[in-house]
Every structure is written in structure tokens, then in C-alpha cells.
Design a protein around this ligand. Sequence first.
Ligand code: AR6
Length: 171
Amino acid sequence: MNTKITFDIGDITKLDVDCIVNAANKSLLGGGGVDGAIHRAAGPDLLAECRTLHGCNTGEAKITKGYRLKARYVIHTVGPIYSGKSSDKQDLRNCYYNSLELAKANDIHRIAFPAISTGVYGYPAYEAAEIALTTIQEWLQENENYSMQVIMSCFSESMYKVYMDVLANKG
Ligand code: AR6
């Protein structure tokens, strides 16, 4: 297990990190879940900047400022709506990978991720957690000369337990 990955149980908007990741939708104009919480905490300037981005495709990522958040930046990524097709996995993988690439390009060294797609978008939590951790570990290995701390934000104790189960089964 890479020691650069840690876990937090609570609200991602409260974290004191360089950047938090938003599980957004293609419009980037806000929604429910973590997206709604981030927009409420960041304030209306976030939505104004998001309007200039003209949306985002599934698996891709775009960056804005964090406004009223402690985090200086928000990276908005769009997870797959779970369908059971094999493309779901690649799309979810792309969310984590492309967010980390964009973070590095912006000199971000501490980033927090929610469990993308596991809420409204219906991705089974265990499978999503496995993809998230594997992708992040691979990225960290490929970028071992770049200091990046990753915090997996769990909104519930049960999501935290899912991550711990995945780690235990990875050995
Ligand atoms: N902090 C951390 N995690 C959170 C928070 C929070 N404040 N709130 C929810 N979660 P979801 P999705 C967890 O539904 O499945 C939106 O309407 C939540 O428990 O926010 O990718 C967007 O606009 C779950 O584990 O995102 C899209 O339309 C995880 O965040 C759609 O939902 C993701 O749940 C995206 O769906």
C-alpha cells in the first residue's frame, strides 16, 4: 500500500487541502450529492466560472478556483452512470487518472477525492473503490518523483469500510 494515500470520514468541503475533486455531471452547472455540497460551500462565483467551461465529457477533468473553500482549487470530473458495461471501468479510471494529471500540471500536491459515481450514478461501491485505489496507486508509481498526497474522502463509515476491505484483499 502506498503511504501517500490516506482516508478521511466526513465532508470533503471541510478539508484543508490544495484541491478537492468534484463528482460532477456533464453540464458542470451543479447538482445534488457532493456536487451540491461543493457549490454551496464555494459560493456563487464557482458556478460563474463553471459556466465558462462549457461542460465536460465523462472521464475528463476541468479545474476551477475554490473560492470560499479552504481548497485553492476544485477539479471537476464526470464519472460514468453505472450501466454494467466494460466501458464503465475505463471511464471511472479516467476520472482519477485525468484528475491527477491535471492536479500535477497545476502544481497541486494535496488532493482529496470523493467516491466518484457511487452515489446518484449507482456504481457499486466495492468495484468503484477497487478501481479508484488501483488507478491512484498506478499514477503515484508512474510519478514517484512528484510529491502527491491523496485523501480518499468517505462521506460514511460504510464507504470507509469498503476501502479498507479492498485494501485487505489487495494484500
Ligand atoms: N463529502 C464527501 N463525499 C460526499 C459528500 C460530501 N459532502 N456528499 C456526498 N458524498 P454523488 P455521483 C459522497 O451522488 O454518484 C450529482 O447530482 C456520496 O456518499 O455525489 O458521481 C452530480 O451533479 C458518494 O459516496 O456523485 C451528478 O449529476 C459519493 O460522494 C451526479 O450527482 C458520490 O456521490 C453524480 O453522481
